[in-house]
Design a protein around this ligand. Structure first.
Ligand code: ARG
Length: 470
Protein backbone atom coordinates (compact mmCIF):
# COMPACT_ATOMS: atom_id res chain seq x y z
CA UNK A 1 0.00 0.00 0.00
CA UNK A 2 1.32 3.43 -0.83
CA UNK A 3 2.19 5.59 2.15
CA UNK A 4 0.13 8.39 0.62
CA UNK A 5 -3.10 6.41 0.38
CA UNK A 6 -5.54 7.44 3.09
CA UNK A 7 -6.38 4.83 5.67
CA UNK A 8 -9.13 2.32 4.94
CA UNK A 9 -9.86 1.70 8.62
CA UNK A 10 -13.29 2.25 10.18
CA UNK A 11 -11.63 5.10 12.07
CA UNK A 12 -9.54 6.28 9.11
CA UNK A 13 -11.23 9.61 8.29
CA UNK A 14 -8.56 11.87 9.78
CA UNK A 15 -5.62 9.75 8.63
CA UNK A 16 -3.50 10.59 5.62
CA UNK A 17 -1.61 7.32 5.31
CA UNK A 18 -2.34 3.71 5.97
CA UNK A 19 -1.08 1.89 9.02
CA UNK A 20 2.41 0.47 8.93
CA UNK A 21 2.07 -3.25 8.25
CA UNK A 22 3.88 -4.32 11.40
CA UNK A 23 2.06 -1.77 13.54
CA UNK A 24 -1.20 -3.20 12.22
CA UNK A 25 -0.23 -6.66 13.40
CA UNK A 26 1.28 -5.31 16.60
CA UNK A 27 -1.83 -3.43 17.67
CA UNK A 28 -4.37 -6.04 16.59
CA UNK A 29 -6.15 -8.12 19.20
CA UNK A 30 -8.42 -10.17 16.97
CA UNK A 31 -6.11 -13.17 17.31
CA UNK A 32 -7.21 -13.54 20.91
CA UNK A 33 -10.30 -11.39 21.49
CA UNK A 34 -12.35 -13.23 18.85
CA UNK A 35 -13.30 -15.64 21.58
CA UNK A 36 -15.55 -12.82 22.86
CA UNK A 37 -17.67 -12.95 19.69
CA UNK A 38 -20.83 -14.38 21.31
CA UNK A 39 -20.76 -11.81 24.10
CA UNK A 40 -19.94 -9.02 21.67
CA UNK A 41 -22.99 -9.96 19.59
CA UNK A 42 -25.16 -10.34 22.69
CA UNK A 43 -24.13 -6.83 23.79
CA UNK A 44 -24.72 -5.38 20.32
CA UNK A 45 -28.19 -6.90 20.08
CA UNK A 46 -29.16 -5.39 23.43
CA UNK A 47 -27.69 -2.03 22.38
CA UNK A 48 -29.63 -2.06 19.08
CA UNK A 49 -32.90 -2.95 20.81
CA UNK A 50 -32.38 -0.22 23.37
CA UNK A 51 -31.63 2.35 20.62
CA UNK A 52 -34.90 1.43 18.93
CA UNK A 53 -36.85 1.62 22.17
CA UNK A 54 -35.65 5.19 22.81
CA UNK A 55 -36.29 6.19 19.19
CA UNK A 56 -32.70 6.64 18.02
CA UNK A 57 -33.21 3.78 15.54
CA UNK A 58 -36.45 2.59 14.01
CA UNK A 59 -37.74 -0.83 15.03
CA UNK A 60 -37.17 -1.94 11.45
CA UNK A 61 -33.53 -0.87 11.58
CA UNK A 62 -32.99 -2.62 14.90
CA UNK A 63 -34.65 -5.72 13.48
CA UNK A 64 -32.23 -5.73 10.55
CA UNK A 65 -29.26 -5.27 12.87
CA UNK A 66 -30.37 -8.12 15.12
CA UNK A 67 -30.98 -10.48 12.21
CA UNK A 68 -27.58 -9.63 10.74
CA UNK A 69 -25.82 -10.11 14.07
CA UNK A 70 -27.51 -13.47 14.61
CA UNK A 71 -26.49 -14.54 11.16
CA UNK A 72 -22.88 -13.59 11.92
CA UNK A 73 -22.99 -15.57 15.15
CA UNK A 74 -24.15 -18.65 13.27
CA UNK A 75 -21.46 -18.17 10.65
CA UNK A 76 -18.72 -17.87 13.28
CA UNK A 77 -20.02 -20.97 15.02
CA UNK A 78 -20.02 -22.83 11.72
CA UNK A 79 -16.39 -21.80 11.19
CA UNK A 80 -17.49 -19.72 8.23
CA UNK A 81 -16.15 -16.27 9.09
CA UNK A 82 -13.03 -14.56 7.76
CA UNK A 83 -11.28 -12.82 10.59
CA UNK A 84 -9.17 -9.95 9.41
CA UNK A 85 -6.15 -8.57 11.25
CA UNK A 86 -6.58 -5.35 9.28
CA UNK A 87 -9.88 -4.89 11.14
CA UNK A 88 -7.96 -4.99 14.39
CA UNK A 89 -10.34 -6.60 16.86
CA UNK A 90 -13.44 -8.70 17.32
CA UNK A 91 -15.65 -5.61 17.49
CA UNK A 92 -14.64 -4.09 14.16
CA UNK A 93 -14.58 -7.46 12.44
CA UNK A 94 -18.17 -8.11 13.36
CA UNK A 95 -19.32 -4.57 12.60
CA UNK A 96 -17.64 -4.53 9.19
CA UNK A 97 -19.20 -7.86 8.28
CA UNK A 98 -22.59 -6.61 9.46
CA UNK A 99 -22.46 -3.68 7.06
CA UNK A 100 -21.36 -5.98 4.27
CA UNK A 101 -24.33 -8.20 5.00
CA UNK A 102 -27.17 -5.78 5.64
CA UNK A 103 -25.92 -2.61 3.97
CA UNK A 104 -25.64 0.95 5.31
CA UNK A 105 -27.95 0.38 8.30
CA UNK A 106 -25.09 -1.72 9.73
CA UNK A 107 -23.20 1.52 10.19
CA UNK A 108 -25.81 2.69 12.68
CA UNK A 109 -25.05 0.00 15.26
CA UNK A 110 -22.22 1.96 16.82
CA UNK A 111 -24.45 4.99 17.57
CA UNK A 112 -23.98 6.16 21.16
CA UNK A 113 -21.36 3.53 21.85
CA UNK A 114 -17.59 3.17 21.78
CA UNK A 115 -15.36 0.15 21.68
CA UNK A 116 -14.29 1.24 25.14
CA UNK A 117 -17.62 0.53 26.80
CA UNK A 118 -18.23 -2.30 24.35
CA UNK A 119 -15.12 -4.27 25.26
CA UNK A 120 -15.67 -3.73 28.98
CA UNK A 121 -19.21 -5.09 28.56
CA UNK A 122 -18.07 -8.08 26.51
CA UNK A 123 -15.46 -9.01 29.09
CA UNK A 124 -17.95 -8.83 31.94
CA UNK A 125 -20.49 -10.94 30.08
CA UNK A 126 -17.78 -13.47 29.27
CA UNK A 127 -16.38 -13.61 32.78
CA UNK A 128 -19.79 -13.81 34.43
CA UNK A 129 -20.60 -16.91 32.36
CA UNK A 130 -17.19 -18.45 33.04
CA UNK A 131 -17.50 -17.82 36.78
CA UNK A 132 -20.70 -19.87 36.68
CA UNK A 133 -18.93 -22.67 34.80
CA UNK A 134 -16.00 -22.64 37.21
CA UNK A 135 -18.31 -22.59 40.18
CA UNK A 136 -20.09 -25.73 38.95
CA UNK A 137 -16.82 -27.58 38.43
CA UNK A 138 -15.76 -26.52 41.91
CA UNK A 139 -19.03 -27.81 43.29
CA UNK A 140 -18.57 -31.12 41.47
CA UNK A 141 -15.09 -31.51 42.95
CA UNK A 142 -16.34 -30.63 46.43
CA UNK A 143 -19.16 -33.11 46.15
CA UNK A 144 -16.71 -35.86 45.15
CA UNK A 145 -14.57 -34.96 48.15
CA UNK A 146 -17.57 -35.28 50.45
CA UNK A 147 -18.41 -38.75 49.15
CA UNK A 148 -14.82 -39.90 49.58
CA UNK A 149 -14.62 -38.33 53.05
CA UNK A 150 -17.76 -40.16 54.07
CA UNK A 151 -16.33 -43.50 52.95
CA UNK A 152 -13.10 -42.74 54.84
CA UNK A 153 -14.54 -41.23 58.02
CA UNK A 154 -13.04 -44.05 60.13
CA UNK A 155 -9.79 -44.53 58.23
CA UNK A 156 -6.84 -43.64 60.44
CA UNK A 157 -3.79 -41.97 58.96
CA UNK A 158 -0.96 -39.92 60.41
CA UNK A 159 -1.54 -36.19 60.63
CA UNK A 160 1.58 -34.16 59.98
CA UNK A 161 3.21 -30.97 61.07
CA UNK A 162 6.55 -30.11 59.45
CA UNK A 163 5.82 -33.23 57.39
CA UNK A 164 6.72 -35.21 60.50
CA UNK A 165 4.17 -37.58 61.99
CA UNK A 166 2.28 -35.54 64.59
CA UNK A 167 -1.01 -37.14 65.68
CA UNK A 168 -3.39 -39.68 64.21
CA UNK A 169 -6.25 -38.19 62.21
CA UNK A 170 -8.87 -39.74 60.02
CA UNK A 171 -8.51 -39.65 56.25
CA UNK A 172 -12.05 -38.31 56.10
CA UNK A 173 -11.02 -35.39 58.29
CA UNK A 174 -8.01 -34.67 56.10
CA UNK A 175 -10.20 -34.67 52.98
CA UNK A 176 -12.60 -32.28 54.67
CA UNK A 177 -9.76 -29.78 55.12
CA UNK A 178 -9.60 -29.55 51.34
CA UNK A 179 -13.35 -29.19 51.18
CA UNK A 180 -13.11 -26.15 53.47
CA UNK A 181 -10.48 -24.49 51.27
CA UNK A 182 -12.52 -25.06 48.13
CA UNK A 183 -15.74 -23.92 49.77
CA UNK A 184 -14.08 -20.61 50.66
CA UNK A 185 -13.00 -20.37 47.03
CA UNK A 186 -16.59 -20.89 45.93
CA UNK A 187 -17.66 -18.08 48.25
CA UNK A 188 -14.95 -15.84 46.89
CA UNK A 189 -16.08 -16.55 43.34
CA UNK A 190 -19.65 -15.68 44.21
CA UNK A 191 -18.49 -12.47 45.83
CA UNK A 192 -16.32 -11.55 42.86
CA UNK A 193 -19.29 -12.24 40.56
CA UNK A 194 -21.26 -9.43 42.21
CA UNK A 195 -18.71 -6.88 41.04
CA UNK A 196 -18.41 -8.46 37.58
CA UNK A 197 -22.18 -8.15 37.22
CA UNK A 198 -22.24 -4.44 36.42
CA UNK A 199 -23.04 -2.82 33.06
CA UNK A 200 -20.46 -0.42 31.53
CA UNK A 201 -22.35 0.09 28.24
CA UNK A 202 -23.59 3.65 27.92
CA UNK A 203 -20.32 5.12 29.15
CA UNK A 204 -19.35 5.33 25.46
CA UNK A 205 -15.75 6.45 24.98
CA UNK A 206 -15.43 7.98 28.45
CA UNK A 207 -17.95 10.73 29.12
CA UNK A 208 -21.29 9.22 28.19
CA UNK A 209 -23.28 10.02 25.07
CA UNK A 210 -25.60 12.74 23.76
CA UNK A 211 -28.32 10.23 22.76
CA UNK A 212 -31.23 9.62 25.14
CA UNK A 213 -30.06 6.10 26.02
CA UNK A 214 -31.80 3.89 28.55
CA UNK A 215 -29.10 2.05 30.44
CA UNK A 216 -31.62 0.35 32.70
CA UNK A 217 -33.14 -1.30 29.68
CA UNK A 218 -29.74 -2.42 28.36
CA UNK A 219 -28.89 -3.82 31.80
CA UNK A 220 -32.18 -5.67 31.91
CA UNK A 221 -31.71 -7.12 28.42
CA UNK A 222 -28.24 -8.36 29.36
CA UNK A 223 -29.24 -9.50 32.85
CA UNK A 224 -26.84 -7.19 34.67
CA UNK A 225 -27.61 -6.69 38.35
CA UNK A 226 -26.04 -3.23 38.48
CA UNK A 227 -25.16 -0.32 36.22
CA UNK A 228 -21.71 1.25 36.41
CA UNK A 229 -22.25 4.66 38.05
CA UNK A 230 -19.40 6.61 36.53
CA UNK A 231 -18.58 6.63 32.84
CA UNK A 232 -14.84 7.24 33.31
CA UNK A 233 -14.60 4.37 35.75
CA UNK A 234 -16.87 2.15 33.65
CA UNK A 235 -14.53 2.10 30.66
CA UNK A 236 -11.29 1.82 32.58
CA UNK A 237 -12.12 -0.41 35.53
CA UNK A 238 -10.51 -3.83 35.33
CA UNK A 239 -10.71 -4.54 39.07
CA UNK A 240 -13.20 -7.26 38.31
CA UNK A 241 -10.67 -9.13 36.17
CA UNK A 242 -7.93 -8.64 38.73
CA UNK A 243 -10.22 -9.87 41.47
CA UNK A 244 -11.14 -12.92 39.45
CA UNK A 245 -7.45 -13.65 38.83
CA UNK A 246 -6.83 -13.39 42.58
CA UNK A 247 -9.60 -15.92 43.22
CA UNK A 248 -8.24 -18.13 40.43
CA UNK A 249 -4.72 -17.89 41.88
CA UNK A 250 -6.00 -18.95 45.27
CA UNK A 251 -7.96 -21.87 43.81
CA UNK A 252 -4.80 -22.99 42.06
CA UNK A 253 -2.78 -22.54 45.25
CA UNK A 254 -5.22 -24.83 47.01
CA UNK A 255 -5.18 -27.35 44.18
CA UNK A 256 -1.38 -27.28 44.22
CA UNK A 257 -1.33 -28.19 47.91
CA UNK A 258 -3.81 -30.95 47.23
CA UNK A 259 -1.72 -32.06 44.22
CA UNK A 260 1.46 -32.10 46.24
CA UNK A 261 -0.06 -34.42 48.81
CA UNK A 262 -1.36 -36.74 46.09
CA UNK A 263 2.13 -36.86 44.60
CA UNK A 264 3.65 -37.67 47.99
CA UNK A 265 0.99 -40.23 48.84
CA UNK A 266 1.28 -42.17 45.60
CA UNK A 267 5.04 -42.54 46.15
CA UNK A 268 6.42 -45.90 47.26
CA UNK A 269 7.69 -44.19 50.41
CA UNK A 270 4.20 -43.18 51.55
CA UNK A 271 2.00 -45.57 49.61
CA UNK A 272 -1.16 -44.08 51.15
CA UNK A 273 -3.21 -44.08 47.96
CA UNK A 274 -3.33 -45.37 44.41
CA UNK A 275 -4.55 -43.39 41.46
CA UNK A 276 -6.20 -45.36 38.66
CA UNK A 277 -4.04 -45.90 35.58
CA UNK A 278 -6.25 -43.64 33.49
CA UNK A 279 -5.00 -40.63 35.47
CA UNK A 280 -1.31 -41.58 35.27
CA UNK A 281 1.32 -42.01 32.60
CA UNK A 282 4.43 -44.11 32.25
CA UNK A 283 8.06 -43.49 31.49
CA UNK A 284 9.54 -44.02 28.05
CA UNK A 285 12.69 -45.50 29.56
CA UNK A 286 11.82 -46.99 32.97
CA UNK A 287 9.25 -49.73 32.47
CA UNK A 288 8.23 -49.91 36.12
CA UNK A 289 7.12 -46.31 36.38
CA UNK A 290 3.60 -45.00 36.93
CA UNK A 291 3.77 -41.27 37.37
CA UNK A 292 1.16 -38.97 38.96
CA UNK A 293 1.28 -36.55 36.03
CA UNK A 294 -2.16 -35.07 36.59
CA UNK A 295 -1.44 -33.70 40.06
CA UNK A 296 2.06 -32.70 39.01
CA UNK A 297 0.75 -30.71 36.07
CA UNK A 298 -1.88 -29.03 38.20
CA UNK A 299 0.84 -28.10 40.68
CA UNK A 300 2.90 -26.74 37.79
CA UNK A 301 0.06 -24.78 36.20
CA UNK A 302 -0.40 -22.88 39.45
CA UNK A 303 2.63 -20.81 38.46
CA UNK A 304 1.09 -19.30 35.36
CA UNK A 305 -2.18 -18.40 37.09
CA UNK A 306 -0.32 -16.66 39.89
CA UNK A 307 1.73 -14.91 37.21
CA UNK A 308 -1.43 -13.66 35.49
CA UNK A 309 -2.59 -12.00 38.70
CA UNK A 310 0.68 -10.13 38.98
CA UNK A 311 0.52 -9.28 35.26
CA UNK A 312 -2.91 -7.65 35.63
CA UNK A 313 -2.03 -5.77 38.80
CA UNK A 314 1.05 -4.41 37.06
CA UNK A 315 -0.95 -3.60 33.92
CA UNK A 316 -3.32 -1.41 35.94
CA UNK A 317 -0.72 0.20 38.19
CA UNK A 318 -0.33 3.90 37.49
CA UNK A 319 -2.82 4.04 34.57
CA UNK A 320 -4.41 7.46 34.25
CA UNK A 321 -8.14 7.70 33.56
CA UNK A 322 -9.88 6.70 31.41
CA UNK A 323 -9.38 3.94 28.79
CA UNK A 324 -5.82 3.24 27.66
CA UNK A 325 -4.76 0.77 25.02
CA UNK A 326 -2.75 -0.95 27.76
CA UNK A 327 -6.02 -2.58 28.70
CA UNK A 328 -6.06 -4.64 25.55
CA UNK A 329 -3.41 -6.65 27.40
CA UNK A 330 -5.94 -7.72 30.02
CA UNK A 331 -7.38 -10.46 27.85
CA UNK A 332 -4.76 -13.13 27.45
CA UNK A 333 -3.96 -13.42 31.18
CA UNK A 334 -7.67 -13.47 31.99
CA UNK A 335 -8.51 -16.06 29.31
CA UNK A 336 -5.62 -18.28 30.32
CA UNK A 337 -6.58 -18.05 33.99
CA UNK A 338 -10.14 -19.09 33.13
CA UNK A 339 -9.01 -21.97 30.90
CA UNK A 340 -6.40 -23.24 33.31
CA UNK A 341 -8.50 -23.14 36.44
CA UNK A 342 -11.45 -24.73 34.64
CA UNK A 343 -9.37 -27.57 33.24
CA UNK A 344 -7.61 -28.20 36.55
CA UNK A 345 -10.90 -28.33 38.45
CA UNK A 346 -12.38 -30.60 35.84
CA UNK A 347 -9.55 -33.11 35.97
CA UNK A 348 -9.55 -33.10 39.77
CA UNK A 349 -13.32 -33.50 39.90
CA UNK A 350 -12.94 -36.54 37.62
CA UNK A 351 -10.00 -37.98 39.55
CA UNK A 352 -10.87 -37.46 43.21
CA UNK A 353 -13.75 -39.97 43.38
CA UNK A 354 -11.36 -42.55 41.88
CA UNK A 355 -8.70 -42.19 44.60
CA UNK A 356 -8.05 -45.63 46.04
CA UNK A 357 -6.99 -45.44 49.68
CA UNK A 358 -4.53 -48.02 51.04
CA UNK A 359 -5.96 -48.08 54.52
CA UNK A 360 -3.47 -50.55 56.02
CA UNK A 361 -0.52 -48.47 54.87
CA UNK A 362 -2.03 -45.35 56.39
CA UNK A 363 -2.74 -47.09 59.68
CA UNK A 364 0.76 -48.56 59.74
CA UNK A 365 2.29 -45.12 59.20
CA UNK A 366 0.09 -43.67 61.95
CA UNK A 367 1.30 -46.37 64.34
CA UNK A 368 4.90 -45.32 63.87
CA UNK A 369 6.34 -41.99 64.85
CA UNK A 370 4.89 -41.88 68.41
CA UNK A 371 1.73 -40.25 67.09
CA UNK A 372 -0.15 -40.87 70.35
CA UNK A 373 2.45 -39.18 72.57
CA UNK A 374 0.12 -36.21 73.14
CA UNK A 375 -2.64 -38.61 74.16
CA UNK A 376 -0.35 -40.01 76.85
CA UNK A 377 0.43 -36.49 78.07
CA UNK A 378 -3.31 -35.67 78.18
CA UNK A 379 -3.87 -38.94 80.12
CA UNK A 380 -1.33 -37.85 82.73
CA UNK A 381 -2.98 -34.43 82.96
CA UNK A 382 -6.33 -36.11 83.59
CA UNK A 383 -4.63 -37.92 86.47
CA UNK A 384 -3.51 -34.62 88.00
CA UNK A 385 -0.03 -34.13 86.49
CA UNK A 386 0.58 -30.52 85.32
CA UNK A 387 0.83 -30.39 81.50
CA UNK A 388 4.47 -29.27 81.38
CA UNK A 389 5.53 -32.16 83.65
CA UNK A 390 3.44 -34.57 81.61
CA UNK A 391 5.19 -33.34 78.46
CA UNK A 392 8.58 -34.02 80.07
CA UNK A 393 7.54 -37.52 81.27
CA UNK A 394 6.22 -38.53 77.85
CA UNK A 395 9.35 -37.14 76.22
CA UNK A 396 11.41 -39.54 78.32
CA UNK A 397 9.13 -42.47 77.43
CA UNK A 398 9.53 -41.58 73.72
CA UNK A 399 13.30 -41.55 74.23
CA UNK A 400 13.08 -45.10 75.64
CA UNK A 401 10.96 -46.15 72.68
CA UNK A 402 13.47 -44.65 70.23
CA UNK A 403 16.38 -46.38 71.98
CA UNK A 404 14.64 -49.75 72.03
CA UNK A 405 12.85 -49.60 68.70
CA UNK A 406 9.32 -49.69 70.12
CA UNK A 407 6.29 -47.43 69.82
CA UNK A 408 4.62 -46.20 73.02
CA UNK A 409 1.83 -48.78 72.71
CA UNK A 410 4.44 -51.54 72.60
CA UNK A 411 6.06 -50.56 75.91
CA UNK A 412 4.73 -52.79 78.72
CA UNK A 413 2.83 -51.18 81.58
CA UNK A 414 5.56 -51.83 84.14
CA UNK A 415 8.14 -50.01 82.10
CA UNK A 416 5.79 -47.05 81.54
CA UNK A 417 5.05 -46.89 85.26
CA UNK A 418 8.73 -46.23 85.88
CA UNK A 419 8.14 -42.79 84.33
CA UNK A 420 5.12 -41.93 86.45
CA UNK A 421 3.29 -43.74 89.24
CA UNK A 422 -0.10 -42.44 88.04
CA UNK A 423 0.08 -44.63 84.93
CA UNK A 424 -2.37 -47.52 85.34
CA UNK A 425 -3.59 -50.39 83.20
CA UNK A 426 -6.10 -48.12 81.41
CA UNK A 427 -3.19 -46.41 79.68
CA UNK A 428 -3.05 -48.62 76.61
CA UNK A 429 -6.58 -47.63 75.69
CA UNK A 430 -5.47 -44.03 75.14
CA UNK A 431 -2.45 -45.14 73.16
CA UNK A 432 -4.50 -46.87 70.48
CA UNK A 433 -5.05 -45.06 67.20
CA UNK A 434 -8.82 -45.43 67.26
CA UNK A 435 -8.96 -44.25 70.87
CA UNK A 436 -6.82 -41.27 69.98
CA UNK A 437 -8.97 -40.07 67.08
CA UNK A 438 -12.26 -40.84 68.86
CA UNK A 439 -11.13 -38.69 71.81
CA UNK A 440 -10.98 -35.52 69.68
CA UNK A 441 -14.70 -35.32 69.81
CA UNK A 442 -15.73 -31.70 69.40
CA UNK A 443 -16.78 -29.45 66.54
CA UNK A 444 -13.88 -29.35 64.09
CA UNK A 445 -12.13 -32.36 65.64
CA UNK A 446 -11.03 -35.54 63.89
CA UNK A 447 -13.31 -38.04 65.73
CA UNK A 448 -15.21 -40.07 63.10
CA UNK A 449 -18.55 -38.93 64.58
CA UNK A 450 -17.48 -35.30 64.19
CA UNK A 451 -16.29 -35.88 60.66
CA UNK A 452 -19.66 -37.40 59.76
CA UNK A 453 -21.47 -34.44 61.30
CA UNK A 454 -19.19 -32.04 59.40
CA UNK A 455 -19.99 -33.87 56.15
CA UNK A 456 -23.72 -33.56 56.80
CA UNK A 457 -23.35 -29.82 57.36
CA UNK A 458 -21.09 -29.56 54.31
CA UNK A 459 -23.71 -31.17 52.08
CA UNK A 460 -26.18 -28.51 53.16
CA UNK A 461 -23.66 -25.75 52.53
CA UNK A 462 -22.87 -27.10 49.09
CA UNK A 463 -26.53 -27.21 48.10
CA UNK A 464 -27.13 -23.60 49.17
CA UNK A 465 -25.74 -20.39 47.65
CA UNK A 466 -22.13 -20.04 48.85
CA UNK A 467 -21.79 -18.53 52.30
CA UNK A 468 -25.54 -18.44 52.97
CA UNK A 469 -25.66 -21.17 55.63
CA UNK A 470 -22.81 -19.89 57.84
N1 ARG B 1 -9.27 -4.07 21.30
C1 ARG B 1 -9.47 -3.06 22.26
C2 ARG B 1 -9.23 -3.60 23.67
O1 ARG B 1 -9.20 -4.75 23.81
C3 ARG B 1 -10.85 -2.53 22.16
C4 ARG B 1 -11.02 -1.14 22.65
C5 ARG B 1 -10.24 -0.23 21.79
N2 ARG B 1 -10.52 1.13 22.01
C6 ARG B 1 -9.78 2.06 21.49
N3 ARG B 1 -10.13 3.28 21.72
N4 ARG B 1 -8.69 1.82 20.81
O2 ARG B 1 -9.08 -2.88 24.62
Amino acid sequence: MSAKKPSDKPWGGRFTESTDAFVEAFTASVGFDRRLYAHDIQGSIAHARMLARVGVLTEAEAGQLVTGLEHIRDAIEAGDFDWSVALEDVHMNIEARLTELIGPVGKKLHTGRSRNDQVATDLRLYLRAEIDNISSELQRLESGLLDLAEREADTVMPGFTHLQVAMPVTFGHHLMAWFEMLERDRERLADCRKRVDSLPLGAAALAGTTYPIDRRLTAELLGFGRIAENSLDAVSDRDFAIEFCAVAALIMTHLSRFAEELVLWTSAQFGFIDLPDRFCTGSSIMPQKKNPDVPELVRGKTGRVQGHLVALLTLMKGQPLAYNKDNQEDKEPLFDSVDTVKDCLRVFADMVPAIQPRRERMREAARSGFSTATDLADYLVRKGVPFRDAHEIVGRAVRLGLDTGRDLAEIPLAELQAFSPVIADDVHQVLTLDGSVAARDHLGGTAPAQVRAAITRARRRLAAPPGSTD
